[in-house]
Design a protein around this ligand. Structure first.
Ligand code: NAI
Length: 411
């Protein structure tokens, strides 16, 4: 594709999602009028696709200078990256399928602008700031973190006294994880798997590793598509929830024998490893929706395989003792590496939180450590979203408030 065609294609993608992100659009209009980010420099490492571009535009329109790179080498869309580079006050360094050196060079380039606010999905920028670029820490007002795995990393740093900047845990806003992680990952993981394999889900046995917010969504949609769902867990409460939601629950050692399609959503390592590959059926399909490509142990699978070949775009077939085991998108998060990520309406809420949290960081002197998204901001996003959907809800009447808050009425 020529540069002109790339830009045109990126512009079209961004225009489409923008028109399906009403909450972010309202925030963008307010930002344009109020210029709350004037003079701020924002460095970002997020999946560079169209919804992210809509967020980047809103921040730049709010007065900020923005640099961005990817947070995963396979999730970048080069047309979106090219379109972003035509905008004022935005520089994008992300490139699809770049090698590891290029990936980390781009993270350095993003930080070269000497940001005062960061936005991460997986804490790559913050990690770099605390290791090789510590000279930049003194300029930082704070950062935002988008995903569960990033928050785990940051809380571990905070516990060890190693976190030297304030970070807002955007993932933990209710208007983020209850919708993005559950309904977003639920739909987009199946979108990625179905468009990549072009196979039927109905009638298949699907094994979901982990029944957190992502696992719940992926299981829910697998059931809806007609699959027989098996869940694996390590947490007894979540295992019970999965059972009472109607799924079979068992260990992965057992489930590995039955699965036609496996989807990992734990944020942990080695959910699928040698002992599981050994007992899998011929033709098993493995996909990961957790943040890092560590949930399927590809080193062990490669060592076991007599041959590996690409059988279709984004599908590698490993020949293990005459059995074919198919891995989607090299075990990277399947909804982004083999799809377009979450639906725009869901990212509308996640990125509304991001934009409002950036403003909050710019206006508030926060202590070093991990901070929650302020409750009123979370509620504001929910209210705007409901309004955009044309939904009105009831309000408490004064006597109802009195009843709920009192202890002396009612029998
Ligand atoms: P969560 O903490 O709600 O759920 C993770 C679940 O995995 C927990 O119930 C935990 O008990 C379980 N688990 C941990 N180790 C396990 C093991 N060895 N076997 C079975 N289960 C195990 O986290 P959430 O929000 O569901 O996120 C999961 C992962 O997905 C994270 O890496 C997160 O960053 C990522 N994520 C990916 C998205 C995407 O677009 N693909 C979107 C949002 C989050």
């Amino acid at each position: 594709m020529s540069d002109k065609d790339l830009i045109e294609s990126g512009d079209m993608k961004i225009g489409w999602v923008r028109s399906h992100m009403p909450v972010l659009s309202i925030i963008r209009e307010n930002f344009e009028r109020e210029q709350p980010l004037k003079g701020h420099k924002i460095a970002m490492a997020l999946h560079v696709e169209a919804k992210t571009a809509a967020l980047v535009e809103a921040l730049a329109i709010g007065g900020a200078e923005v640099t961005i790179t990817g947070c995963n080498p396979l999730s970048t869309q080069d047309d979106v990256s090219a379109a972003l580079n035509t905008r004022d006050n935005i520089n994008c360094y992300a490139k699809y399928d770049c090698c590891s050196d290029e990936y980390y060079e781009a993270i350095d380039k993003v930080l070269d602008m000497k940001p005062d606010i960061t936005i991460d999905d997986g804490a790559d920028l913050i990690f770099k700031l605390h290791t090789e670029r510590t000279d930049l820490l003194s300029d930082i007002f704070g950062g935002c973190e988008e995903t569960t795995t990033g928050i785990h990393r940051l809380k571990a740093m905070e516990k060890d006294g190693a976190l030297k900047m304030p970070v807002v845990a955007v993932n933990d806003a209710m208007t983020k994880f209850l919708f993005d992680n559950r309904y977003g990952t639920g739909q987009s993981s199946w979108d990625g798997i179905m468009r990549t394999t072009n196979l039927l889900v109905a009638g298949k046995t699907v094994v979901i590793g982990g029944y957190g917010w992502c696992g719940k969504g992926v299981s829910l949609r697998a059931s809806g598509l007609g699959a027989d769902v098996i869940v694996t867990e390590i947490d007894p409460i979540r295992a019970l929830e999965a059972r009472m939601d109607g799924h079979r629950v068992m260990s992965m050692a057992e489930a590995a024998k039955y699965g036609d399609i496996f989807v990992t959503t734990t944020g942990n390592v080695d959910i699928l490893s040698k002992k599981h590959f050994e007992v899998m059926k011929d033709g098993a399909i493995l996909a990961n929706s957790g943040h890092f490509n560590v949930e399927i142990n590809l080193e062990e699978l490669t060592a076991m395989a007599s041959s590996v070949r690409t059988v279709r775009k984004n599908i590698k077939e490993y020949n293990v003792a005459g059995k074919r085991i198919n891995v989607l998108a090299d075990g990277r998060l399947v909804n982004l590496a083999a799809g377009d990520g979450h639906p725009a309406e869901v990212m509308d809420m996640s990125f509304a939180n991001q934009a409002l949290c950036v403003k909050y960081i710019a206006e508030t002197k926060l202590e070093n450590g991990v901070h929650p998204v302020p409750h009123d901001l979370d509620m504001y996003v929910a209210e705007l979203k409901l309004k955009s959907m044309g939904i009105e809800i009831d309000k408490l009447e004064p006597h109802q408030t009195e009843y709920m808050e009192g202890w002396d009425c009612g029998t």
